[in-house]
Design a protein around this ligand. Sequence first.
Ligand code: PGA
Length: 221
Amino acid sequence: MKYIIANWKANKNYEEVKQWIDSFLSYNLEPYSHKVKVIICPPFPFIPYLSEKIKSSPFIKIGSQDLSQFDGGTYTGEVVGKSLFGLISYAIIGHSERRQFIYETEEIIQKKIDQALQNNISPILCVRDANDKVYDLVDFIVAEPPNSISTGDGFGVSLGLEDVLKMKDTLGITTQKLIYGGSVNEKNATTYLRSDAIDGVLPGGASLDPKRFYSIITAVD
Ligand code: PGA
């Protein structure tokens, strides 16, 4: 089973989301339904709409790109695990863009992992290098060095297979699933998806176009 995780980041309006999902669901996904788990991580406002749309496709799940470190209560604007409970199965936590631009610390990330687990949400933890902590309780670790992340089109400088496997060792990944992220696109997805040591990929830019995202899924064959 390979995990293919779409990270839409801060992109798309409601009209674009409707077009994306209608177009994506029109592709022949059936041959892949037992080989992949597709996790779509849109901006928060689109989670309920997309959850409804994918309801009859059990191999497609919805995730969030973040969740609050807080339990709930007087934290205006925060999206807490309790609000997401039952709506999503996965949450990306500790993405390098949040560590860099929102100044998320290891302490905050740890609280977010706890919040996710308390609310039946599986954390997809992004780590940049061996300085970022890897947690035993987390099911998914995304190895994603910041300089491999694209500027938005999915065509940056991706890591070669050897380097991803080296990262697996340096990060100390043993029981967790290893996901590779950083300029994964329709041209290089096969490299990662055909390796037994890699459990999946997390494309950002290339997931914004349903056709390109579908091509990545077809790369599992
Ligand atoms: P990218 O983004 O595929 O556009 O490099 C990946 C990510 O940052 O999650």
